[in-house]
Design a protein around this ligand. Structure first.
Ligand code: BG6
Length: 528
């Protein structure tokens, strides 16, 4: 914890404040096995903003093998050079802006050149079967690393099913035992409701086996999310408190300051619930609430997470779905326009940009402990955190003292920004009177580790290449996530909110979300 003065690594391998783990966190790993990365959507936003910076960071860290090649596919008519140059310009701009995901103040030209030399572009129409024949020929010419293939679907979700089918029909995903591997990364959104997610799973399962499918949820690439399991299962102290006997309730917040930016068209058909809850927020819930897996094997971990969602109740069809949820939409505020005035958004839109919910995890560990979730755009600040609020001690001891209230004991897991963990507890005020004040013990990642710059996609890309699916969503989790939110989608779809917009931009969110907790005698931790 910060405040310790000892420096260096102890006999037990503990890193104490003042000494950091290697800055080259990524660089400590072996290069992945050779493969060809085929990116569908090579001229799109995701390739620009996340995949290319992640590949650049992996290059800097020496984690890409010699036989690694990239074929970028898209509709745009681009030469290899034009594609690479566009990506280089964008990277240069990110680096110049000092984006924290990228190292150094200047782009490392040698690293970029070595990455660019691996990149080829191929123009094509993903709906045309002939295109897949041409892709097969290109792959055959190009492969020099044993033929492993990683198909990355960085495209709109309507293309997921058709592309997988066409890849299958062209024989590109066929995988022989002990032969080269073929893996497919599928971005979100994975379906837009329960029936479409089930249908998509069934459709791709006709072509691929589950172990070839890597359903991406970029929240799982965040170090702080991965650290929740380490905190819980790598320490003796916390897990004993991690249950209904000690925890009063749990709050999970994914607050954003950004609005819909340039994504009005997509977002207006999607809304905050679909965009954030069945995937990111329920992943946070699952890692917080899961039982210890029998090992860190991908299926052992993913089975425990899926079980959590199977135990979720409280949002059942009809009355419960409405009673235990709040939807909101941002209005104007602090110099910013209302959601309905954003580009490509319907001026009468009833799409929610905020959602809060109360649900229960009805199992032995969590019976009776409410989990409150909230996520939204144009909120006061960007903050993703998980709060475990512990039960209050009996007040009896302080009855005859000036102590009026005791602050709640809380463990706060700061996922982003200011990554770390804080423990809130009471301490006696100095002086003769018995009076208490709430104080805090803080652990900040930055105090102990100098993290390698990361977009969060580095680990995920590397894991696909080494065949570790732990941080990817299995079919049962995806469906269980949609099963949790489907009654809410139905209930909201059947009633038009009369009060939209119901929170000003850059505020704490709708008043109704406060009322949701007040009803239970509780309150959200303020966004501050
Ligand atoms: C995406 C959502 O999946 O996650 C976005 O579509 C959201 O709407 C984003 O802004 C949040 O991710 P992060 O990593 O910025 O917290």
């Amino acid at each position: 914890m910060s405040g310790e003065t000892a420096s260096g690594e102890t006999a037990s391998g503990e890193i104490t404040s003042g000494e950091t783990a290697s800055g080259e966190t990524l660089g400590r790993y072996e290069p992945a096995p050779p493969c060809t990365l085929v990116i569908f959507g090579a001229a799109g936003d995701l390739t620009k903003r996340l995949i290319t910076p992640a590949l650049y960071n992996l290059t800097l860290a020496g984690m890409l093998p010699d036989g690694f090649r990239i074929i970028g596919l898209d509709l745009a008519d681009l030469s290899d050079a034009a594609w690479r140059d566009a990506l280089a310009d964008m990277l240069r701009e990110f680096v110049a802006k000092g984006r924290t995901e990228l190292a150094r103040s200047d782009m490392d030209q040698a690293a970029w050149s070595s990455l660019a030399a691996r990149m080829q572009y191929m123009r094509g129409d993903f709906s045309n079967p002939e295109f897949y024949g041409a892709l097969a020929s290109r792959l055959a010419e190009q492969e020099n690393g044993g033929g492993n293939r990683l198909f990355y679907l960085a495209v709109a979700d309507r293309f997921f099913g058709p592309i997988v089918e066409q890849l299958g029909a062209a024989g590109l995903t066929r995988q022989e035992e002990d032969g080269p591997w073929r893996r497919v990364v599928i971005e979100k959104p994975f379906g837009h409701d329960l029936p479409s997610a089930i249908a998509l799973n069934q459709r791709i399962a006709k072509v691929l086996t589950e172990d070839q499918i890597y359903r991406m949820d970029h929240f799982l690439g965040k170090e702080t999310v991965q650290n929740i399991m380490m905190l819980r299962f790598g320490n003796g102290a916390f897990e004993n408190l991690w249950n209904r006997l000690h925890v009063d309730h749990v709050q999970i917040t994914a607050a954003e300051r950004v609005g819909v930016e340039r994504r009005g068209k997509f977002y207006d058909q999607t809304g905050a619930l679909r965009d954030m809850v069945p995937n990111h927020v329920l992943q946070l819930l699952a890692v917080t609430a899961m039982e210890p897996p029998v090992s860190f094997d991908a299926d052992a971990v993913r089975a425990e997470k899926a079980k959590v969602l199977q135990a979720v109740h409280g949002l059942e069809a009809g009355e419960a779905a409405l009673r235990n949820t709040v939807r909101g939409q941002y209005g104007a505020g602090d110099g910013s326009v209302a959601y309905r005035e954003e580009p490509d958004v319907d001026t009468n839109s009833v799409t929610e940009t905020y959602v809060a919910a109360k649900l229960m995890v009805d199992n032995w560990r969590w019976g009776g402990v409410p989990f409150y979730l909230r996520t939204g755009k144009h909120l006061k600040l960007r903050k993703t955190e998980i709060v475990l609020q512990f039960r209050a001690p009996p007040f009896a001891l302080f009855r005859d003292t000036p102590t009026e209230t005791l602050a709640s004991n809380r463990l706060v897991l700061h996922i982003q920004p200011n990554e770390g963990i804080s423990l809130h507890f009471n301490a006696k005020n100095p002086g003769p009177a018995v009076q208490a004040s709430g104080v805090r013990m803080d652990f900040r990642y930055g105090d102990f580790f100098s993290e390698a710059p990361s977009t969060g996609y580095e680990t995920l890309l590397y894991d696909v290449m080494i065949g570790d699916a732990t941080l990817f969503q299995r079919a049962d989790f995806v469906e269980a996530g949609w099963r949790v939110v489907q009654p809410v989608l139905d209930a909201w779809g059947a009633t038009r909110p009369a009060d939209f917009p119901n929170y000003p931009s850059f505020s704490q969110g709708p008043a109704a979300a406060d009322a949701l907790l007040r009803r239970d005698g509780r309150a959200w931790r303020a966004l501050s």
